[in-house]
Write a new protein. Structure first.
Length: 188
């Protein structure tokens, strides 16, 4: 492995941690309707005898800011979808409307907003742990390359500085995403 490959690998791992955080933040409820809120709910579908993601079973749309509409591809799965949404930890109460479901998104209480902020901070800390883990792997790669005489001691120090710079950059991105999501949650 060359130093450039190791840097790219380290940066890729850090970038994936931040992207995953963004995906996780999309599922945190902010009081407004968004398909990302429910699209990854696991649905136990009796008709198919399997567990599938909701986005694979239905079209999810937002007719207005406080409502989601779920139209099942197969109308026989609508009860399974309704049960899965009810049983999710999102606190949503879908209502059947013919061959579709209407899912009202209730206003968040102050207490629920604070709970969501705690969840956001927890998710952010997990992302930082993943970034730091990628940093450690990068530093270990530098030590291995030095031990195998692929790079000199000076090149190892430069490599480690570059890995630290990447770490700082991605930790700042996590902090920025977190601050943005917190502001969005606390907005009344």
């Amino acid at each position: 492995m060359t130093p450039d490959d190791a840097i790219l690998e380290t940066e890729d791992a850090m970038n994936k941690a931040v992207e995953y955080l963004g995906h996780e933040f999309a599922t945190v409820r902010t009081g407004k309707a968004t398909p990302a809120l429910i699209e990854n709910i696991d649905v136990q579908v009796r008709a198919y005898n399997s567990v599938m993601k909701l986005k694979g079973l239905a079209i999810i749309s937002t007719p207005d800011a406080r409502m989601l509409e779920v139209k099942a591809f197969d109308p026989s799965t609508i009860q399974d979808i309704e049960r899965a949404i009810r049983e999710s930890k999102l606190g949503l109460n879908p209502a059947a409307a013919g061959t579709s479901l209407r899912v009202p998104i209730p206003e968040l209480s102050e207490e629920r907003r604070r709970d969501m902020v705690k969840l956001v901070k927890q998710l952010a800390e997990e992302a930082k742990v993943r970034v730091r883990s990628a940093r450690k792997e990068g530093m270990d790669a530098a030590k291995k390359m030095k031990a195998n005489n692929v790079i000199t001691e000076d090149e190892q120090k430069d490599f480690e500085k570059e890995v630290q710079t990447l770490t700082d950059k991605y930790v700042k991105e996590v902090d920025a995403l977190t601050a943005s999501k917190e502001a969005e949650l606390m907005k009344v």
